[in-house]
Write a protein that binds this ligand. Sequence first.
Ligand code: AMP
Ligand code: MG
Length: 311
Amino acid sequence: MKKFLIIFLALLTLSGCAPREEKASETIFCMDTVMDIQIWGQDAQTALKQVKTLLQELEATWSANDGKSFLAALNRGEVKPNAEQQALLDRAEELSRYTGGAFDPKLLSLMQLWGFASEIYHVPDEAEIKKVMKDGRWDLGALIKGYAAERIVQLLEPLKVSRAVMNLGGNVQTYGNKPDGTAWRVAIQNPNGGDPVGMVSVEGSEAVVTSGNYQRYFIGDDGKRYHHILDPQTGAPADNELSSVTVLCADGAKADALSTALFVMGLEKGSAFWRQNPGFEVVFVTQTGEVYATEGVDLSHCEFEVLSRED
Ligand code: AMP
Ligand code: MG
């Protein structure tokens, strides 16, 4: 009887000590986009608070269009980067070299010329483009949300967070595993609206980042659509067969830079780049609705063509 009582008390104590998991979630507006954050863990509310603070700090530092940011001051030549800031600038330059210049973190003047910062849009002529093309002012818009996701993952690691998933305006980041052992499933948005193009499954911590011509654009007086991903070689919106590119990669900043770069490269050059470079997977969606997925992607709910390394 005494033995049973001890076991019963031990079980009671254990269950009393078992960490209770809570969920915290919030939708915020940051970095010029809507962000949805969901966190599960012992103290998910505290983790969520810290994530929001980090996002606000990163926005205040790296916004190219807020005149009070560190990046704006750097572009005016007023400040020098500290070691952490320099490391991100170096990484951006490295990713630019890696993508043969398709990702170019210094296109701010061109973005402003087209009116994407002010939303007072303008289709510039070649002379206007040429004038500002190489003036080298920083714009990390194609990388910063992926970098933020990466920093959030580092923040969550010591915080007893069991899992998290967030959508930072087209940049989905997963963290940890779902308790039932199933994979995270991330929808790829349909560039033409309506049901998603398909679902990708990912395990653990992974960045799933989409760049698309439908995310930010204006219609010119000529009736043409001008979107926000510029081809650094022409200074004009990348003009090819693609509607969107989704990159899956463990490294958030790299995934983000690559989604932009592969969009600029187009389907043929983009798939050749993937064949030559390991460490990430891609889903390409064309303007005519065809879907191409590299062989490592677990894509469901759609018909698609598989791109293999040997092609
Ligand atoms: P994303 O949505 O990640 O593809 O990034 C697009 C944003 O990055 C734009 O709004 C610009 O601020 C900037 N951008 C546009 N074209 C490029 C490019 N070729 N390389 C790097 N950044 C770019
Ligand atoms: Mg990007």
